[in-house]
Design a protein around this ligand. Structure first.
Ligand code: PHE
Length: 344
C-alpha cells in the first residue's frame, strides 16, 4: 500500500508539473484529492491493515496528500499571478495618447457678423433695442410716414396676418417703439437688430426672411455730417481703415433727405471688378435724417430735436465681408460651409 501511495505521489507530481491551465489544475485536484479521487480510493483499503501498520500508512498518506496539496497551491498562486499581470497589461491606459476630438459647433456666420456690427455701435455708445417680429400696421408703416395706400409700401411687399397685423418688413418699428418709450427724452441712440420678412422670391441675393440692423439717433443739433461720420467709422471697423463711403441721394418715406450708402469695393478697393460691376463701389445700406412727421408721431418736437437713421441687411454685409456668392448658403446649414467660419 505504501508503494501504491508513493506511485500515486510520483504520478500526481509529474502531471502537476505539466499542468498548463487553471481548468486543468482543478481537474487534477479532483482526480487525486477529491472525494472519489485516487488517494481516497487507496485509503479505503486501510480497514484491512493491522493496528501497527495503520498509523504508518496513515502518516505516509498524509505526507503524500500534503505534497500534492503544496504543489497545487504553488501552481494556483502562479496562475493567479499570471492572470493579474495579463489583465494589468491589457488594461493599461496610455495617458500620453491624444484624446478623441469631439465635434464642436461654432457661431453661425450671420450671428458672428451681427455681433461684430453690434460691437461697433456699442463702442460708439449705442444700446440695443428689440421688438416683436409680428407687428401692427401702425408701427411697421403708419408711424413711419407710410399711410395706407401709400405707393412706397410696395417697396416692401409684406406678409399680412390680418389687415392690421403683419410680419415686420424692417426693424424700423422698433425705432418707433423706442421713441415712444423714451417719451421725448434725448439723446436716443439705439440699434435694432432682428429678423424681418418680405414677399420676395428666394434667389442668390434675396430671401423672404433675413436679418437687419437699423440705427436711430435723436438729439439736439444732430446733423447729416454726424450720420456720415458715424457710417464712415462703422465701415472702417467692419471692412478695414482703407474703406471709404459715398452717399447717393435716395428716397425713404421715413427720412428726408435720404441716401443710399456705398462702400469702396472690398474686392478691388475701388479699381473696378466684376463684383462691383466695374464701379468700384458696393451698396451696403440706406439712411437719412429722420422725417419731421416721424419725429412727431414718435413724441418729439421736430423744431427742438433732429435725428438720423440707417438700416442694413446683415446677410448683405456678411456676403461682402466673406466673399460669399449666394445668400442661401446661410440658411442651408451645410456643415462644410459653416465649419469654415469656426476659427475666423
Ligand atoms: N427701413 C429701411 C429698409 O428696410 C432701411 C432704412 C432705415 C432706411 C433707416 C433709412 C433709414 O429698407
Amino acid at each position: 500500500m505504501k508503494a501504491r501511495l508513493e506511485e500515486l505521489r510520483a504520478e500526481a507530481l509529474g502531471e502537476l508539473q505539466a499542468v498548463a491551465s487553471q481548468g486543468a489544475l482543478n481537474d487534477l485536484r479532483v482526480k487525486y484529492l477529491g472525494k472519489k479521487g485516487a488517494l481516497t480510493e487507496i485509503l479505503r483499503g486501510m480497514g484491512a491493515l493491522s493496528a501497527e501498520e495503520r498509523p504508518v500508512i496513515g502518516g505516509v498518506a498524509n505526507e503524500v496528500r500534503g505534497a500534492i496539496e503544496a504543489v497545487i497551491e504553488e501552481k494556483q498562486i502562479a496562475f493567479q499571478r499570471e492572470e493579474t499581470e495579463g489583465r494589468l497589461r491589457e488594461e493599461t491606459i496610455d495617458v500620453t495618447l491624444p484624446g478623441r476630438k469631439l465635434p464642436t459647433g461654432s457661431v453661425h456666420p450671420l450671428n458672428k457678423v451681427a455681433q461684430e456690427i453690434e460691437d461697433v455701435f456699442i463702442g460708439l455708445g449705442y444700446t440695443i433695442a428689440e421688438g416683436p417680429e409680428v407687428e401692427t400696421d401702425y408701427y411697421n408703416f403708419e408711424a413711419l410716414n407710410l399711410p395706407k395706400n401709400h405707393p412706397a409700401r410696395d417697396m416692401q411687399d409684406s406678409f399680412y396676418v390680418t389687415d392690421e397685423i403683419l410680419m415686420r418688413t424692417h426693424t424700423s418699428p422698433v425705432q418707433v417703439r423706442t421713441m415712444k418709450a423714451s417719451a421725448g427724452m434725448t439723446p436716443v441712440k439705439v440699434i435694432c437688430p432682428g429678423k424681418v420678412y418680405r414677399r420676395d422670391d428666394d434667389d442668390a441675393t434675396h430671401s423672404f426672411q433675413f436679418n437687419q440692423i437699423e440705427g436711430l439717433v435723436i438729439g439736439k443739433g444732430i446733423r447729416m455730417s454726424d450720420l456720415k461720420g458715424t457710417l464712415l467709422q462703422f465701415v472702417q471697423q467692419m471692412f478695414g481703415s482703407q474703406a471709404q463711403i459715398r452717399l447717393r441721394p435716395s428716397f425713404f418715406p421715413f427720412t428726408e433727405p435720404s441716401a443710399e450708402v456705398d462702400v469702396t469695393c472690398v474686392q478691388c478697393a475701388g479699381d473696378g471688378c466684376r463684383m462691383c460691376k466695374q464701379t468700384g463701389w458696393l451698396e451696403i445700406l440706406g439712411c437719412g435724417m429722420v422725417h419731421p412727421r416721424v419725429l412727431e408721431m414718435g413724441g418729439y418736437d421736430p423744431e427742438e430735436v433732429t435725428g438720423f437713421a440707417f438700416g442694413m441687411g446683415v446677410e448683405r454685409i456678411a456676403l461682402l465681408k466673406y466673399g460669399i456668392d449666394d445668400i442661401r448658403h446661410f440658411y442651408s446649414n451645410d456643415l462644410r460651409f459653416l465649419g469654415q467660419f469656426a476659427r475666423m
